[in-house]
Design a protein around this ligand. Structure first.
Ligand SMILES: [Zn+2]
Ligand SMILES: [Zn+2]
Length: 141
């Protein structure tokens, strides 16, 4: 199977398998991602059709806003997924993939909201809010 990747939460109660190309990793520094993780999101995404989840009954979906929800393991708390309402794809936390992930870093978004206790100096593009290439909420809605 080409472009197949596996991943899981920390405890293994939720496992996932993807096929197809994985988007470059986008780091989201918004306050919601910061609060949820303690730092920031690092996420790729895949179309719904390219994602298979095992143990989905162990996923809890939390709607931090009226435009998206966040899926995490209810056993160990690992953040795993972010899904915009009505979208046909889902973002997956890059760190949940087994190595080698083959993932490539892409850019930073919502840097205007980032925590004040770290700096971003990896040379990747930085966007104050979202980037046109990344379908997240907050461009202008
Ligand atoms: Zn877990
Ligand atoms: Zn965010």
């Amino acid at each position: 199977m080409t472009n197949h990747h596996d991943g899981s939460c920390l405890c293994g109660a939720v496992r996932f398998h993807t096929s197809g190309d994985l988007r470059g990793v986008v780091y989201c520094h918004c306050s919601q991602c910061r609060k949820q993780t303690g730092l920031y999101y690092a996420a790729t995404d895949v179309s719904d059709a390219d994602l298979r989840v095992e143990g989905g009954e162990n996923l809890t979906w939390y709607a931090a806003s009226d435009f998206a929800r966040r899926g995490f393991c209810r056993v160990c708390g690992s953040a795993l997924f972010w899904k915009r309402n009505g979208a046909d794809k889902v973002s997956i936390m890059a760190g949940a993939f087994e190595a080698p992930s083959g993932l490539v870093a892409d850019s930073h978004i919502f840097v205007a909201d980032k925590g004040d206790f770290y700096t971003i100096d990896d040379g990747l593009p930085q966007y104050a809010r979202s980037s046109a290439a990344v379908a997240v909420a907050g461009n202008d809605d």
